[in-house]
Design a protein around this ligand. Structure first.
Ligand code: ADP
Ligand code: ZN
Length: 732
């Protein structure tokens, strides 16, 4: 790519990268008035018009008279050179076709819209002339989201009705029509107004970040600090510096549920709310965000991982909060790690990255050790809050009847908290009522008919659910295997069952359950979280959802039901994940002025990971874990890629896997080893059999180019799918 944006005069051939599934650009003639590199355009393809981006001078050697002309240059800011560079490098890194990658950068509602008025819908003050169930659904959506404006088809889809129903409600005024001329500017953020007065280590970290932003160019900082140490306040100072320098900032959060609290803090700090980009915002808002970001007007965006593909012309800072969080890995479609892509994007833009976490990933820890990243530590909790005391409950010594999970020791601790007017959290990382439903007559478990997975009972939904494909089924009266009635029994605990046990043990206590599947909307979840924070519950029973950054000031006890749960997997990160999760969860206790305690129920208190958690000696844990990974040559000290092949026929999937394995010698030259094919740990999903190969290579090996040549050497049958996952996080 040239150093300067190139203008192509009318009639010269240009290459256009479209979102069509092709492995190349298409050539067109520049339209009247010419066109620039990066311009978003509409071009004819066969009888249709499709969208694309001008990628440079034409690449083919087609005769000019055969080329068609660009139909229209869209009324949006062209894609910057930094963004084109990012998309190109991200595609090469993840072995994704460039056309697929650029689609992520064009995924915005109304990109191709002609300028002019748009019609959006909101709740009106009129009453409908007559009520139908469909109309009721439309009004319910609008009631729930009073601040939002919707396009007709978006609203119809959310309500599960046709657009006719939406338009039918306009005449009576029950639904109001708004004609919108152009997207409104975001309110200005006041970057110079002072933030909270920082504690000493916060102030040091903040000034280091401010200094980094004062330097031109890219750099990454790992901001490590226990939960409650005030990392957010620190990186908001970096945001302030970035804004004051006239550049744009992006803050990535792992969960939409966390944005509400964060937005409030931003508003308190900068006097206005930032732009938001995630699945919970309307299409009209997303369109506004994308365009205002491209214009440079939206200065701060809070978003989910896909916000890395927003068209910032002047990006100065990307913050990845809770950087260790596994939800940053996109596991569907384009497989990418938002943490790694944040670093890549920043390096293309000459921006700074802040990776914030109480329990960093081993990757980031190792990058800080080796000096690739700067590291800043906050060692104490803000104010007087102290870290909770951690203790193991050795379950081998506890007297518990079968089908019960709260040990007498834990029960005693909860009783004390209730008497003191404090809150307890019971943590179990398993959704639903029971992980297994078993027939007591024949011993068979209820399995999903499309997946190699057991059906999980969800009592709240009154159904069984497959956590792989989402398929649900009514709870059977009779056993699907032997037909005997009334013998189906739940085995093992899920959070819903824990809530039942806790309610029985503490009939007077107010029990709240927090699990991602129990809330219809982010708003409902937020309301519940606020209610708990304000003391609306005595005991909270929760999954992983509660481990992520919510503030519960009255909480002083965390009881982990099964601290061994994460150690059982064969995942290379099992120890790291358990360590992070246990520390995150126990960090929920004692955030305000009351000291907290975390009790971990375990059958293996002498397990090295459990000992490291209990001792609180993090650096020792990381050093030990790093030594083991280095010895094994696995990430971050070696490279890995997963190849997953799926097909309706297990034979076809295995044949393809074997064909790859026979050509494993192609990877010898980069020093890589191939393992497999083997059935993937979940050997069947949605009726497709899955076979997996793993590639392990030395750290400096050119893994991507070797793998793409290797994969290109086999023929993939039409029915089969082959996906390559560079740096796999999940080994399912
Ligand atoms: P972390 O992000 O490390 O978990 P937070 O930034 O959320 O920590 O801080 C924890 C709590 O302490 C929050 O309620 C925050 O408002 C408060 N806090 C942090 N730093 C300060 C400060 N310098 N002055 C006043 N309150 C602070
Ligand atoms: Zn299933």
């Amino acid at each position: 790519m040239g150093a300067m944006d190139r203008h192509h005069s009318p009639g010269t051939p240009v290459a256009v990268l479209t979102t069509q599934p092709l492995d190349r650009t298409l050539d067109y003639l520049a339209p009247e008035g010419g066109v620039e590199d990066g311009a978003f355009v509409e071009v004819p393809l066969g009888p249709r018009l499709i969208l694309g981006v001008v990628w440079g001078p034409a690449e083919g050697d087609w005769p000019v008279e055969k080329l068609r002309r660009v139909s229209r240059v869209l009324d949006v800011t062209p894609m910057t050179e930094g963004m084109r560079d990012f998309v190109t490098r991200a595609a090469a890194y993840t072995l994704t076709p460039l056309t697929t990658m650029v689609r992520l950068a064009m995924r915005v509602p109304g990109l191709g819209d002609k300028p002019g008025k748009r019609v959006l819908y909101a709740l009106g003050d009129g009453a409908p002339d007559r009520m139908t169930p469909a109309r009721e659904q439309v009004l319910a959506v609008l009631e729930e989201r009073r601040d939002d404006l919707f396009g007709a088809s978006e609203l119809a889809e959310l309500a599960g009705v046709s657009t006719g129903v939406v338009k039918g409600l306009v005449a009576s005024g029950a639904v109001a029509e708004r004609r919108v001329e152009r997207d409104a500017d975001f309110p200005p953020l006041d970057a110079v107004r002072p933030g909270k007065k920082l504690a000493c280590d916060q102030a040091q970290a903040a000034s280091a970040l401010r200094a980094a932003l004062a330097q031109p160019g890219y750099g990454t900082t790992l901001l490590k600090g226990v939960t409650g140490s005030g990392k957010t306040e620190v990186y908001l100072e970096a945001v302030a510096e970035c804004l004051a320098r006239g550049r744009q900032a992006l803050v990535l959060l792992p969960e939409i549920a966390l944005t509400a609290e964060f937005l409030t803090r931003v508003e308190a700090r900068f006097g206005a709310r930032p732009a938001e980009w995630h699945s919970g915002v309307t299409q009209a808002e997303r369109r506004r965000c994308w365009r205002k970001v491209a214009e440079g007007q939206a200065r701060l965006v809070v978003g989910a991982r896909s916000s890395l593909f927003l068209p910032f012309p002047n990006l100065g800072l990307v913050v990845v909060d809770e950087e260790h969080d596994t939800s940053y890995k996109q596991e569907d479609g384009v497989l990418y790690s938002a943490r790694d892509m944040a670093v890549l994007r920043a390096s293309c833009e000459g921006a700074q990255v802040v990776l914030a976490s109480a329990t960093p990933s081993l990757e980031s820890w190792a990058n800080a050790e080796s000096g690739k990243y700067r590291r800043l530590d906050l060692t104490t909790r803000f104010g007087d809050a102290v870290l909770p005391r951690l203790r193991a409950i050795d379950m081998r010594n506890e007297d518990l009847p079968g089908g019960r999970w709260v040990s007498p020791t834990l029960r005693g601790a909860i009783t004390q908290r209730i008497e003191a007017g404090e809150q307890s959290l019971i943590f179990l990382n398993r959704r639903g009522y029971a992980p297994v439903t078993l027939c007591r007559a024949c011993g068979q478990q209820v399995a999903c008919h499309q997946c190699d997975a057991r059906m999980v009972e969800h009592r709240f939904l009154k159904r069984l659910m497959c956590h792989q494909c989402g398929e649900t089924a009514p709870l059977p009266q009779a056993c699907p295997s032997c037909g005997v009635e009334g013998k189906m029994a739940p085995v093992g605990p899920g959070v819903e069952r824990m809530a039942e046990e806790v309610t029985e043990l503490f009939p007077e206590a107010r029990v709240a359950v927090l699990s991602s599947d129990l809330f219809g909307s982010a708003r409902a979840l937020k309301a519940k979280v606020e209610d708990i924070a304000n003391g609306g519950a005595d005991i909270v029973v929760g999954t992983q959802l509660v481990a992520k950054g919510h503030n519960f000031p009255l909480l002083t006890l965390v009881g982990v039901i099964d601290a061994d749960l994460g150690l059982q997997g064969s995942d290379l990160r099992a120890a790291e994940r358990t360590f992070q999760l246990m520390r995150q969860v126990s960090g929920r206790a004692g955030r305000a002025d009351r000291p907290g305690e975390a009790l971990l129920q375990t059958f293996q208190p002498e397990h090295p990971v459990m000992r490291a958690i209990l001792s609180g000696d993090e650096e020792a844990f990381w050093a030990e874990e790093a030594a083991q990974r280095r010895a094994a040559g696995v990430p971050p000290y070696g490279r890995m890629a997963g190849i997953v092949i799926s097909d309706p026929s297990s034979q076809v999937a295995f044949d393809l896997g074997n064909a790859l394995a026979r050509r494993a010698a192609m990877l010898d030259q980069i020093g890589a080893e191939v393992f497999g094919p083997a059935p993937a740990p979940i050997a069947r999903i949605r009726g497709r059999h899955r076979v997996r190969l793993l590639v392990k290579a030395p750290r400096q090996a050119p893994l991507q180019s070797a793998i793409s040549a290797w994969v290109a050497a086999v023929d993939v049958p039409r029915s089969a799918r082959l996906s390559v996952d560079i740096d796999p996080q999940s080994f399912l």
